[in-house]
Design a protein around this ligand. Structure first.
Ligand SMILES: *[C@@H]1O[C@H](CO)[C@@H](O)[C@H](O)[C@H]1NC(C)=O
Ligand SMILES: *[C@@H]1O[C@H](CO)[C@@H](O)[C@H](O)[C@H]1NC(C)=O
Ligand SMILES: *[C@@H]1O[C@H](CO)[C@@H](O)[C@H](O)[C@H]1NC(C)=O
Ligand SMILES: *[C@@H]1O[C@H](CO)[C@@H](O)[C@H](O)[C@H]1NC(C)=O
Ligand SMILES: *[C@@H]1O[C@H](CO)[C@@H](O)[C@H](O)[C@H]1NC(C)=O
Ligand SMILES: *[C@@H]1O[C@H](CO)[C@@H](O)[C@H](O)[C@H]1NC(C)=O
Ligand SMILES: CC(=O)N[C@H]1CO[C@H](CO)[C@@H](O)[C@@H]1O
Length: 514
């Protein structure tokens, strides 16, 4: 347990501020950066810039890892096929809370299997000052399918919940890792945690099973709400407190009856659960300020949420935000996201789960495509689209999986930004890691999205661009070229201009000091 923390103290003495470049390896589907006990790449530091200077960070299909360069806006009069313009820093949208991943059992299992030095490199990669500095995290309440067994905190029938107890998975795979992440982020206010639950104890359920068609029995809904509070108590005893909680992971799964552990709620049942049980229990507890995040399910079901749950004033009263998963995005246009703002109350929007390779369970894909830029691009496109729709953050699923996409006890392997090879005591940082990292690292919490205009042959060139005003006053412009070879683009920030050459298949973040 204390191993992770102990090693951190040791490492503090050998910490180096010099940035380490990607130790790249060509693998089956592209390029990864390889880390081990003695070596891991870092993000080159942000430099002090004077007015008119910029720092550009790039990640591309052909150049894994982060590379950076510094320059000065020259106001050259050359023309370019595409121009992106930021003309009004006061024309603002949402404020960002951050980006992150989930502390699943599988994540922890794959981290602790590494040598302590390699573990530390992995955690530094996600949370360290020279890493991508995740600022949000999702914590499963009990097990998920990315566990090695089905379990809850009260497996034996006990209507008093007195036998409620955290399990070895919490003590071995979650708590020490969350604690180290919190240390690396210098505290809870820089790493906002929110909790989600998969299945209730079987004795509380209608089907006596973790998965399939099942619900929490009505007579146990009040007790089920108390179970949430017990969880927050137990984690508080381990110095871990929470910012938010979702109402239920993918409530649709217990209605359709799929193999993932679940509790089913129809939309009317969800409104009832929120207004009569979960909402009052949380608001009447010492966790009353927790953000209650509704839905925590796919985009395709947003219209139902909107019509039933958000139109119920008594349920809406308790809801602070809406959580969205990405698994039906390919059949549901992003415009549906506007539904989220049709309620009477302003609710924040947060992406609460995404991963690639999820069609493997259907036999339609393979779980891992090591080094795949396309999978990195899927993350980048999703994040940018959601940010355009005023989302305040985006959460990845497992932060580390093994080389076959597990462990997962129902055989639902998927991909992850970091793949751990226990045999060689190495881990591989994939394009997904660097794609997500551009946002978590540079679009820091407190950044505000500002308007950006694209002109020229953009439709042809397929450039996706977003701009943010960071709390340090720098303007961040994120530029994604979704395919092809390099070409020039012109950036105009408040009348100062610079021509940049962007690699094909690249993600570029420009930080500019006004
Ligand atoms: C770790 O990676 C570094 C950089 O590639 C390499 O020099 C070193 O030999 C590796 N260590 C082990 C134990 O493989
Ligand atoms: C900038 O945007 C703000 C907020 O939308 C608006 O009030 C202001 O008029 C804009 N300024 C200019 C010069 O367009
Ligand atoms: C607290 O609980 C009481 C009694 O169950 C209930 O009437 C009240 O609405 C709850 N308060 C809040 C803030 O939910
Ligand atoms: C990954 O985890 C699964 C357990 O779900 C296990 O069956 C598999 O052997 C593991 N793969 C490797 C390469 O360790
Ligand atoms: C994991 O490491 C072993 C030992 O070095 C190697 O044989 C194997 O190919 C590696 N697996 C992957 C997916 O790179
Ligand atoms: C570029 O033009 C802007 C606006 O006209 C001006 O404020 C800035 O000083 C110029 N920068 C350079 C490097 O000439
Ligand atoms: C600005 C930029 O780099 N554009 C490139 C993006 O990819 C397209 C598609 O092939 C190229 O044609 C552009 O030059």
């Amino acid at each position: 347990m204390g191993k992770v923390g102990y090693f951190a103290i040791f490492l503090a003495f050998i910490a180096t501020v010099q940035s380490q470049s990607c130790n790249s390896r060509t693998v089956d589907y592209g390029i990864v950066c390889v880390c081990n006990a003695s070596y891991c790449d870092t993000v080159p530091a942000l430099e002090e810039l004077s007015s008119g200077q910029y720092q550009l960070y790039t990640t591309s299909k052909n150049n894994a890892g982060f590379s950076t360069s510094i320059g000065t806006f020259s106001n050259a009069t050359d023309s370019a096929s595409v121009t992106v313009t930021v003309s009004n820093l006061s024309s603002t949208h949402q404020t960002i809370i951050g980006f992150g991943g989930a502390f699943t059992d599988a994540t922890g299992i794959n981290i602790v299997i590494l040598s302590e030095a390699a573990q530390e490199h992995l955690l530094q990669s996600y949370y360290g000052e020279n890493g991508i500095q995740y600022s949000i995290g999702r914590v499963p309440i009990g097990g998920t399918d990315y566990s090695t067994r089905g379990y809850t905190y009260c497996d034996n029938e006990d209507e008093t919940l007195e036998s409620f107890a955290l399990q070895e998975e919490d003590f071995n795979y979650k708590i020490p890792i969350i604690q180290r992440a919190l240390e690396l982020r210098n505290g809870q206010e820089n790493l906002l945690l929110y909790a989600s639950v998969w299945s209730a104890p079987l004795w509380m359920k209608t089907n006596d099973a973790y998965s399939g068609k099942g619900k929490v029995q009505t007579k146990y809904l009040e007790l089920w709400a108390q179970y949430f509070l017990k969880f927050f108590d137990a984690y508080a005893e381990n110095d871990i407190s929470f910012w938010g909680v979702t109402t239920q992971n993918e409530p649709e799964n217990g209605i359709t009856g799929i193999v993932i552990p679940n509790n089913g709620f129809t939309a009317p049942e969800m409104a009832d659960w929120i207004k009569n049980y979960m909402g009052p229990a949380i608001r009447n507890s010492s966790y009353s300020s927790l953000k209650i995040i509704a839905h925590d399910d796919n985009r395709a079901l947003l219209p139902v949420l909107s019509e039933v749950v958000l139109s119920d004033d008594d349920a809406l009263h308790y809801i602070d935000g809406i959580g969205l998963h990405w698994y039906t995005d390919f059949i549901t246009p992003a415009t549906v996201l506007n539904m989220a703002s049709s309620s009477k109350k302003e609710l924040f929007r947060l992406s609460t789960e995404a991963c690639t390779g999820y069609f493997a369970i259907e036999g339609l894909d393979i779980p891992i495509r090591l080094g795949s830029w396309d999978r990195g691009q899927d993350y980048i496109s999703s994040i940018m689209t959601h940010l355009e729709y005023d989302f305040i953050g985006w959460t990845d699923w497992n932060m580390a999986l093994n080389t076959t996409g597990g462990p997962n006890y129902i055989d639902n392997p998927v991909d992850s930004p970091i793949i751990v090879n226990a045999t060689s005591d190495e881990f591989y940082k994939q394009p997904m890691f660097y794609g997500l990292g551009h946002f978590s690292k540079f679009i820091v919490p407190g950044s505000v999205r500002i308007d950006i205009e694209l002109s020229g042959l953009n439709t042809l060139y397929n450039i996706h661009a977003l701009a943010f005003l960071r709390p340090d006053g720098k303007v961040a412009v994120v530029l994604n070229n979704r395919s092809g070879s390099s070409k020039t683009i012109k950036v105009n920030i408040l009348g100062s201009t610079q021509i940049l050459s962007l690699d094909g298949n690249s993600l570029n973040t420009l930080l500019y000091t006004v």
